[in-house]
Design a protein around this ligand. Structure first.
Ligand SMILES: [Zn+2]
Length: 183
């Protein structure tokens, strides 16, 4: 019992209290067709998106939506991988895209100075579930404690850096209230 507690504490210390992050292979994602540039550490900006697709609330449906987003980015946008660094599902889980280390795709000049997190679904008329919002904030805290995101980071919506309605009016209204938000 004592050993179990020690192991558990050690595990928590290693993971910096990070949420569970499902690897690309766990959600059935394709391997990148290129090696993208490495993100410098720590990045100053966190950019919030929505996938503008279907909602999901289980690992199987969120995995399917992540695969659809990747297919769209690779086949229609012509990118060599899913553009997002991470996706967040309304099942409360985080799905790995390009991860902490690789540069994602947005509007320049933010590509190489930000982590891109996308909520799976369309949040124009509906807010994401509390579990999705908690997962995103936990992921950001994890990034700060892991040295990937600056402790003085700034959160922006995709619409603040490009001409798009992304991440949807309802989700945008929520992130605007986050303490690190700056339009
Ligand atoms: Zn976006």
């Amino acid at each position: 019992m004592k050993l179990l507690v020690i192991l558990l504490l050690a595990f928590c210390a290693i993971t910096h209290g990070c949420p569970t992050i499902l690897s690309k292979s766990a959600w059935g994602g394709k391997a990148a067709k290129c090696s993208s540039n490495r993100l410098p550490r720590p990045v100053k900006f966190v950019i919030i998106h929505h996938t503008a697709g279907e909602f999901c609330s289980s690992q199987s449906t969120c995995s399917a939506q992540a695969r659809i987003a990747q297919k769209h980015h690779m086949d229609n946008q012509g990118w060599c991988d899913i553009g997002y660094n991470f996706l967040v599902g309304e099942d409360g889980q985080v799905y790995e895209g390009r991860g902490w280390a690789n540069v994602g795709v947005h509007a320049p000049p933010y590509n190489s100075i930000s982590i891109r997190i996308s909520f799976i679904g369309t949040f124009t008329n509906r807010a994401p579930s509390a579990s999705a919002l908690n997962a995103a904030q936990s992921l950001i805290r994890c990034g700060v404690s892991g040295g990937y995101i600056s402790s003085s980071y700034i959160v922006k919506g995709h619409r603040n850096v490009g001409s798009t309605e992304c991440p949807g009016a309802k989700l945008y209204a929520i992130i605007k209230k986050w303490s690190n938000f700056k339009a």
